[in-house]
Design a protein around this ligand. Structure first.
Ligand SMILES: [Mg+2]
Length: 315
């Protein structure tokens, strides 16, 4: 189990001493701040699991510190304990409304600190577990379960980011759409399990052979999409022609393939163009059109879509 990082904020030296001793006796890390502004600065650098804060301090007061702690910029959670003098119970309610989880009554008793930190540890560990689960779920929602490649959701997010960078820095990118040739016949001949195995093999090949900065996604049933960041169309054509050869070299028998007796892919490649005011969707659409040309020209080939050279063929 992870240890707690505790930030103690109090302008009273004896309170700080008692709190620090109690925290450290439990074996937890303790950072100390002497006023509200200092506390906020330390908060932002240490991102503590627990904040024990005084109510009245020079600079930011306790409730303001609570409010800011609740707006932590990362996903983490800080358990906030407000320390307040006896007989100021209306402060406690105000503090809880500002975001405090619990309170301590002054004079501070080490036993109370200890009891509060037991609860704090349980709550922060639950939050950490939730964050971990959320991250795992987010990754799972963006992964194609069969091939382990990114799925369409991840593609659309990544492509939007790629596109924004392209617009900002005028740094082009390309999109290649790859389709297994005559895959329906493959399934009819060898069965769907063999079809799945072929898709897995192709997915592994794509993951292995795409270069740094390029990413492969499962786009549809037997369709894959590769994004090529900071690439010109001729460079992307070379990369995809190499990939087409690699698929052929897998030598997966495919009797129903009209282009070959092994499994092959047809590819359409398109480049984002600043002048054409392309959106990610138009880049994909033109890649699709180029893919269609690859199919019409006999499959197992790579075709570039380009305003000046729309039917350029690399075979
Ligand atoms: Mg004070």
């Amino acid at each position: 189990m992870s240890d707690l990082r505790v930030l103690v904020a109090d302008d009273d030296a004896s309170c700080r001493l008692v709190l620090r001793a109690a925290v450290e006796r439990l074996g937890y890390e303790c950072v100390v701040a002497t006023d509200g502004d200092d506390a906020w600065a330390q908060f932002q650098t240490t991102l503590p699991d627990v904040l024990i804060t005084d109510w009245m301090m020079p600079g930011l007061d306790g409730p303001e510190l609570c409010r800011r702690a609740r707006q932590r910029s990362d996903d983490g959670y800080t358990y906030v304990i407000l320390a307040t003098a006896l007989g100021e119970h209306e402060n406690v309610l105000e503090g809880m409304e500002a975001g405090a989880d619990d309170y301590l009554t002054k004079p501070i008793s080490p036993f109370d600190v200890r009891a509060r930190l037991v609860a704090a540890k349980r709550v922060t560990e639950l939050h950490k577990e939730l964050e971990r689960l959320n991250a795992a779920l987010a990754a799972q929602a963006r992964t194609d379960p069969l091939t382990g490649l990114g799925n369409r959701l991840l593609l659309h997010e990544d492509l939007a980011a790629l596109h924004d960078r392209a617009v900002r820095y005028d740094q082009g990118y390309c999109v290649a759409i790859c389709d297994l040739d005559d895959f329906k016949q493959f399934n009819d001949t060898y069965g769907h399990l063999a079809g799945d195995a072929a898709l897995i093999k192709l997915g592994q090949l794509l993951a292995r052979e795409t270069r740094y900065g390029d990413r492969a996604y499962r786009y549809g049933g037997e369709e894959f999409l590769v994004t090529l960041a900071a690439q010109t169309l001729p460079d992307a054509m070379v990369a995809m022609e190499r990939l087409r050869c690699s698929v052929e070299q897998l030598a997966i028998p495919h009797a129903g393939n009209r282009a070959s007796d092994v499994m092959t892919i047809s590819v359409g490649v398109s480049a984002w163009s600043y002048e054409d005011l392309d959106t990610p969707t138009t880049v994909i659409d033109r890649g699709d059109a180029a893919l269609y040309q690859s199919k019409a020209a006999g499959r197992n080939r790579v075709t570039a879509d380009h305003p000046e050279h729309r039917t350029e063929n690399l075979r």
